[in-house]
Design a protein around this ligand. Structure first.
Ligand code: K3U
Ligand code: ZN
Length: 163
């Protein structure tokens, strides 16, 4: 069984850092694969739909996206889990959409955040292949939330307080 990790909580310095790019020599390494397993196990244990490495005290640009239907987003797609290394949003729609977000690092708060409705994201998978994919709706929201973690931003800094 894979180990889970402690999750950094709001106020801890690691959540405010810009995470480091994953270097080519790290791809395929035992430790990078183990990091993705630990991230996944930690996300599943806490019933999340995404997680970023800085949330488990590793300041590296790795995220996991795991959209599934839920109470707030009953029509969300049930996607295979995606591990993204060095993700970059290369296009975002002008159309924005408000939606509820939560965070494993901020367990006592939820709120409405405006995000691009559709994005194109480029990343490396665990094999080091470059993937370009376009996502809309809830999966696009998760990716934007997780990339914010890589840039030291919490959803609480983006809350739409009028909503
Ligand atoms: O499952 C959660 C959820 C919360 C609000 C709406 C739908 C689902 C728990 S919070 C969650 O899974 C975060 C995980 C985090 F913080 F580690 F990144 C991901 C997330 C939830 C909702 C919108 C965007 C991102
Ligand atoms: Zn979060």
């Amino acid at each position: 069984m894979t180990n889970t990790a402690a999750v950094a909580q709001r106020g801890e310095a690691i959540l405010g850092l810009i995470a480091a790019e994953i270097q080519p020599f790290e791809i395929g390494s035992t430790w990078l694969n183990a990091l993705s397993e630990t991230l996944n196990a930690t996300m599943l244990e806490r019933n999340g739909v995404g997680i970023a490495a800085p949330q488990i005290y590793i300041s590296k640009r790795m995220i996991i996206v795991a959209s599934r239907p839920n109470l707030r987003y009953p029509d969300a797609p049930d996607m295979q889990l995606i591990v993204m290394l060095n993700p970059v949003i290369t296009q975002r729609s002008n159309e924005m959409t408000l939606g509820e977000e939560g965070c494993l690092s901020v367990p006592d708060e939820r709120g409405q955040v405006a995000r691009a409705q559709q994005i194109t994201v480029q990343y490396l998978n665990l094999k080091g292949e470059t993937i370009v994919t376009t996502l809309a709706g809830f999966p696009a929201r998760i990716v934007q939330h997780e990339i914010d973690h890589l840039d030291g931003i919490l959803f609480t800094e983006r809350l739409n307080r009028q909503a």
